[in-house]
Design a binder for this molecule. Structure first.
Ligand code: SF4
Ligand code: SF4
Ligand code: SF4
Length: 272
């Protein structure tokens, strides 16, 4: 049972969130929503620990498509960054704000960028492309994420000033934003031969994710005494993390999406 500790713990955390929000708000949605996500994470984590090679994709599709299709398109909640700003500036702590607080702002202190590896609906599609490991050296235009971050806030403030920021407009912004993200993400992946190029250079959510995940409790640790410097882990890492260095300051440390590819590739079990 010990090896299943992390997925069981994750399930338990989400269940505590689900029950707490349900009891404090009286809204059954919170119980069902966070229980569902917790079950998907727990089951996926157990399947991954048991060695099923598609476990990560299972979680990506069960959680990612639930948020995109059910919460976003059916319930018409803007679950993107603009939705977060809109609800936050309107003083409404609903699904959009809670989603950001848990998955992308405070949650990463506990589970790093697990969101990026296991639940993001943008990456769920980008990961289907054939460029699993970057073919070219990393580019230096990661600053674009800050422009995107500022733009997402500016759009919402502008709409609010114009009196156009209602739920309907935010829904159409959500649809347009996702179409744009998928298009840019796919083009970048093909041009740079790197499925995760969008995550590395464009995604504004990383402005929250990167600093918080630096302190993450859950991280890939390297037993440097065991390491034989074969570099297998570096070759398979989609995010170019210097994972055979155990320091939190290792190169691209805050890019780790906890996908576990490096662990599978290590011949001596130095990565835990
Ligand atoms: S960096 Fe952005 S697009 Fe990439 S997985 Fe994370 S949240 Fe999704
Ligand atoms: S391969 Fe390892 S270091 Fe690279 S992103 Fe995945 S879990 Fe993190
Ligand atoms: S795969 Fe394992 S042994 Fe090889 S460099 Fe990475 S940590 Fe070291």
């Amino acid at each position: 049972m010990k090896k299943y500790r992390t997925p069981i713990l994750l399930f338990a955390i989400f269940e505590v969130i689900a029950v707490s929000l349900w009891l404090s708000t009286g809204n059954l949605f919170f119980l069902l929503n966070f229980s569902y996500i917790g079950i998907c994470l727990g089951v996926g984590g157990i399947l991954m620990t048991a060695g099923w090679k598609h476990a990560r994709e299972f979680v990506q599709f069960t959680v990612g498509s639930y948020i995109l299709v059910f919460l976003g398109l059916v319930c018409r909640e803007n679950m993107q960054m603009e939705g977060f700003w809109y609800y936050l500036l309107s003083g409404v702590v609903g699904a959009g704000v809670l989603h950001y607080l848990i998955a992308k702002i405070f949650g990463p202190l506990l589970f790093g960028r697990g969101w990026c590896g296991f639940a993001c609906w943008t990456a769920m599609i980008l990961d289907l492309l054939p460029y699993k490991q970057p073919a070219k050296p990393r580019k230096s235009f990661g600053w674009v994420r800050y422009v995107m971050f500022a733009l997402s806030l500016a759009i919402v403030i502008l709409l609010m000033c114009l009196g156009k920021a209602d739920k309907n407009t935010m829904f159409y912004l959500f649809v347009a934003g996702n179409v744009l993200y998928y298009a840019v993400g796919i083009v970048l992946a093909v041009v740079l031969k790197d499925n995760r190029a969008f995550c590395k250079y464009i995604c504004p959510i990383t402005v929250f994710l990167k600093p918080m995940s630096y302190f993450s409790l859950l991280r890939i640790k390297c037993d440097e005494a065991k390491c034989i410097h074969c570099d297998n882990c570096l070759k398979v890492c989609p995010m170019e993390v210097e994972v055979n260095n155990n320091s939190r300051k290792r190169k691209n440390a805050t890019e780790c999406i906890l996908c576990q590819q490096c662990k599978k590739a290590c011949p001596v079990g130095a990565l835990k």
